[in-house]
Design a protein around this ligand. Structure first.
Ligand code: SAM
Ligand code: SF4
Length: 523
């Protein structure tokens, strides 16, 4: 699946709702601006893989003491904010948190740049084209800032964790007022205050990570599906990937905090929860006082009365038998697993530092299919890793078929400064890489089309999310296996799970007819 296809899948309109998680009865560590001040600028360090690898097993502190400083509580009244999000679900969810903080400061959301008093770009650093989009957008915002000097333009997210990017912004985009990193989101009220009153560009990027701030407010996107972070960071150090540097070390939220959040969502009527992390199945590995892993968490969360539970992303390396056993129980744990393989060649996987082989991945797939016969598997694949040969690429093609992935996010390898792979000489020309991606995408499309065709005539359960963006007389939602379904029906069923008979299948979506709902009438 390429970017265009991904965009086409995001077809359903949703709205914003605020969800303030109340502060809990935990010991409060009063943090003041002075406490944080020693990290400001002076501790800014560029991402550095050697330093990152040395990250210690420092105790992870969980804070429950977030609050908006009194003087900033009503600063946003009569003003509007706009956050543009790039990249993965993690960023989307960070945007919900930032929107929650702005809402608590009295700001209202807007989608119009011309109306906004604050514009933030929540950025992604995973590939070069993601960064280019952000620099393009910064260029577009310049005239707006010149017209309205009070406008605050900010850059946050993964790009801000990179020294080269911060320097480029400071030098070439002086209309940017504020840059802050992924570990500084809870500092937004203080940073906005600085940006309002400071004449200089405000930069706050902590390379220190390790703490979890629990009671941040969230303005969730919609009232039907919700994301719940279960852990932050990544310790896997795949040689191509910038995430361990931009997101810090793996650190898990406490089970009781996650369970409380999911219960709260269930009570509010949410129908689906997606548990989020770079490697959700590494959950709990950082606990030194308990043996409680992702399988245990899923088992506990599945007991909560919420119809659908998903998770993303799982790493093949940490996918243990207990997790498979828990998933095999079914119920509200959906039988769709996104299991990024990256390559079908053991040689390339070794160079990627993925710590599994083609054979061990296939063995894992065999175990999963044996335990969950109806399972749907999807994946991520990188084409054109440095010096990938034709034969090694062919191994990816054959693996794609052998596993029978129903869909895949496919990418051309993009060198990321500071990662080991970026230092390798690469003899494969770009047009060869593009041609491989093209061939892979043709196979992905074919396999998706085939799996979609198998639904024709069948009845599926659809969580109705809203009107189709293309046609407001049509409703759209997702099946348990995450396929988009378009069908006609009353707007009153938005937010509920209904049965739809599939009438025809396209490559990336299904069309169907609502199955009449039988209403039980008491005699
Ligand atoms: N943690 C997840 C995992 O290991 O599967 C994936 C997280 S990453 C945000 C999403 C995907 O981006 C990866 O699975 C990989 O396919 C892709 N990706 C990461 N770094 C890349 C790079 N330098 N070039 C191209 N694709 C990349
Ligand atoms: Fe990146 Fe690998 Fe971590 Fe996934 S597991 S976020 S690909 S380093």
């Amino acid at each position: 699946m390429n970017e265009q296809q991904r965009n086409e899948q995001a077809k359903i309109k949703t709205d914003l709702s605020t969800d303030r998680k109340s502060a809990q009865d935990k010991p409060l560590t009063e943090k003041t601006t002075e406490d944080f001040a020693h990290y400001f600028q002076t501790t800014y360090e560029p991402p550095n893989i050697r330093q990152a690898r040395k990250r210690g097993r420092d105790k992870i502190e969980v804070h429950y003491d977030f609050h908006i400083p009194e003087k900033m509580e009503r600063i946003g009244e009569g003003k509007k904010f706009l956050i543009r999000t790039y990249g993965c679900q993690m960023n989307e969810h960070d945007t919900e948190v930032m929107a929650g903080i702005f809402t608590e400061m009295g700001y209202e959301p807007t989608t119009e740049t011309a109306e906004a008093d604050i514009i933030l770009l929540n950025t992604c650093a995973i590939r070069e084209n993601a960064e280019n989009k952000v620099f393009g957008e910064l260029g577009h915002l310049k005239p707006l800032k010149l017209e309205n000097p009070d406008l605050i333009v900010g850059v946050c997210g993964c790009m801000s964790q990179q020294e080269s990017v911060v320097n480029k912004i400071l030098q070439k985009h002086q209309h940017v007022d504020l840059i802050f990193g992924t570990h500084n989101i809870h500092r937004i009220p203080n940073l906005i205050e600085e940006a309002m009153y400071s004449k200089a560009q405000v930069v706050e990027v902590w390379s220190k990570e390790g703490d979890i701030i629990e009671n941040l407010p969230k303005a969730r996107h919609g009232k039907i599906k919700a994301w719940v972070n279960i852990m932050y960071g990544c310790d896997k150090f795949c040689t191509y990937c910038i995430v361990p540097m931009t997101r810090g070390k793996e650190r898990s939220r406490l089970p009781e905090d996650i369970i409380q959040e999911v219960r709260h969502l269930a009570a509010q009527g949410y129908q689906e929860v997606t548990l989020l992390g770079q490697n959700v199945n590494a959950y709990g590995k950082d606990f030194d006082d308990k043996e409680y892993r992702f399988g245990d968490l899923l088992d506990d969360v599945s007991k909560i009365d919420i119809p659908r539970i998903r998770f993303t992303t799982s790493h093949p390396r940490d996918f243990d038998d207990h997790l498979i056993d828990v998933l095999a129980k079914g119920g509200n744990l959906l039988d769709h697993i996104h299991l990024p393989v990256q390559s079908g060649s053991s040689h390339i996987l070794r160079k990627m530092n993925r710590k599994y082989t083609r054979e061990s991945y296939l063995e894992l797939v065999r175990k999963i299919k044996a335990a969950i016969p109806n399972v749907t598997l999807t994946t991520d694949i990188i084409v054109g890793f440095p010096n990938e040969t034709e034969e090694q690429f062919e191994e990816t093609m054959t693996l794609m078929k052998e596993v029978g992935f129903e869909s895949a996010y496919t990418f051309i390898y993009s060198p990321r400064e500071g990662t080991p792979a970026a230092a390798q000489k690469d003899d494969i020309p770009e047009d060869v890489k593009k041609a491989r991606l093209h061939r892979l995408n043709a196979l992905v499309n074919e396999q998706s089309k085939q799996s979609m065709a198998s639904y024709e005539g069948k009845i599926v359960k659809v969580l109705v999310e809203g009107e189709s963006k293309k046609d407001d007389t049509v409703l759209a939602g997702y099946t348990e296996k995450n396929k988009v379904v378009n069908f006609k029906g009353p707007k009153s069923i938005i937010g509920s799970i209904v049965e739809v008979k599939i009438t025809d299948a396209k490559t990336w979506s299904l069309n169907g007819e609502l199955v009449e709902q039988t209403v039980e009438v008491n005699p």
